[in-house]
Design a protein around this ligand. Structure first.
Ligand code: 2M8
Length: 422
């Protein structure tokens, strides 16, 4: 079967009717950015199904505009922690369907733009664009850090779970009185490829603290974990551009979204670190610094660096063999943590392995700056990896061994998009 055929078969198997779950057993609910990635792949093959995916995710939207990172459509599944941890029903403005109270990088408007470009449908746009606008406005209202102008995240689950850049912020979280929860992930996946039990106790402690405030700590910097995350802010900048375009297509006014994108770019630009040739992140209760993780490179995707900075970022970091790029001993890229970092772990989740969504963002960033040969090389490497190792959740960078769960929807779906770019 062709690679596209195999990718579509994964999406079909994971299709629950109204939403595509990220994988068969490990992730049985609807996850926010996973669904957006699914829309990007399906846009090329089954736009009507892609529209249904957007609509079912929007069923989880709160009155205040938030689209949470998990939507618990009714079904009997064995997944912990599930809806009981979040207790969304008791929160003002929560929707009919139970949801989480956290968010994910807002890829949805980016996905709707791809869908619009492959299969325009004006009535659909008129239905969803105001909902996307409410979602983006929510960010600026609820999550802006007054000093930097960047959005704050309250939990690793809002970006890259157990990435080493969150270690210090997480270590501060008090787990007194928080029991170890019965996890379902480590029944399926080797413990050394997943976050630790202590991480999970901290995750739960944070959710309890946030739930006590209906997930709206005021100001955002008062949250125990308050972090200026570069991937989320970069994705939001691009999503605002894409929303502006969609608003203009529907005879709306794209000015708010365009201004927001420009403000985010300026704020991201201020995080440039000339010495490392990458961007700094900031823990609002800790230090500012280059983290040695792929997060430091995300502003490339959003078009933040000038051309000189972009070249430096690509040469010194993204494609540098000793850092994130392919090397003789670790030919698979992009690693999620620099191979020169003491925190690099080739097998553990967001602590080093290669992820297909990260490669997709980096390919788009390279294309944006005219690094066409480099983008093409990374695209080929990524397609070669999924051809050989299947649509896994993540991959070991020295061997390409598939890690985490298999038959992972976003790896399949983004493959479909990468195949379109030949
Ligand atoms: C992972 O997150 C879940 C919790 O939400 C987990 O660790 O079990 C992350 O990779 C997240 O980014 C992703 O959306 C989710 C489903 O694929 O899994």
């Amino acid at each position: 079967m062709s690679l596209a055929g195999r990718a579509l078969a994964v999406l079909e198997r994971n299709d629950m009717g109204e939403f595509v779950k990220p994988s068969q057993r490990l992730y049985p609910w609807q996850w926010n950015w996973d669904s957006a990635f699914v829309v990007i792949g399906l846009a090329h093959h089954d736009p009507e199904r892609a529209r249904l995916e957007v609509r079912s995710l929007l069923r989880g939207q709160w009155d205040n505009g938030m689209i949470p990172h998990m939507v618990f459509h009714p079904q009997e599944v064995d997944y912990r922690p599930g809806p009981e941890l979040w207790d969304s029903k008791g929160c003002e403005g929560s929707p009919e369907v139970p949801t989480s109270g956290l968010i994910a990088p807002p890829v949805l408007a980016i996905a709707v733009r791809v869908l619009h470009e492959t299969a325009p449908d004006r009535a659909f746009l008129e239905e969803v664009v105001p909902r996307l606008d409410a979602w983006h406005r929510w960010f600026h209202r609820e999550r802006t850090d007054a000093d930097s102008g960047l959005m704050v995240i309250f939990h690793g689950w809002e970006s890259a779970d157990n990435a080493p850049r969150f270690d210090r912020a997480l270590a501060r979280i008090d787990v007194e009185g928080i029991e170890s929860i019965e996890r379902t992930d480590t029944l399926q996946i080797a413990a050394e490829e997943r976050p630790s039990d202590l991480d999970y106790r901290r995750y739960v402690a944070l959710v309890r603290w946030l739930r006590a405030r209906e997930y709206r700590p005021e100001p955002p910097s008062s949250a125990p974990f308050a972090y200026l995350d570069l991937p989320l802010n970069s994705v939001l900048a691009v999503a605002e551009d894409d929303l502006a375009l969609l608003q203009e297509e529907t005879a709306g006014d794209g000015r708010r979204a365009r201004d927001a994108a420009a403000r985010l770019r300026t704020a991201l630009g201020a995080m440039w670190d000339e010495e490392s040739g990458a961007y700094r992140e900031r823990d609002l209760h800790g230090e500012e610094g280059v983290t040695g993780t792929v997060a430091d490179l995300f502003p490339l995707y959003a078009g933040v660096p000038d051309d000189t900075q972009a070249r430096r970022l690509v040469e010194r970091n993204l494609l540098a063999p000793e850092r994130f790029g392919p090397s003789a001993t670790a030919p698979l890229a992009v690693t999620t943590v620099s191979k020169s970092s003491p925190d690099f772990d080739s097998r553990n989740y967001w602590r080093g392995p290669v992820w297909i969504n990260v490669n997709w963002f980096m390919i788009r960033g390279l294309e944006r700056y005219g690094f066409h040969a480099e983008a093409e090389e990374l695209r080929r490497l990524t397609l070669g990896l999924v051809s050989r190792s299947g649509f896994s959740e993540y991959y070991e960078p020295t061997t390409g061994e598939p890690l985490g769960t298999g038959e992972f929807s976003w790896s399949a779906s983004l493959t479909l998009d990468l195949l379109q770019r030949a």
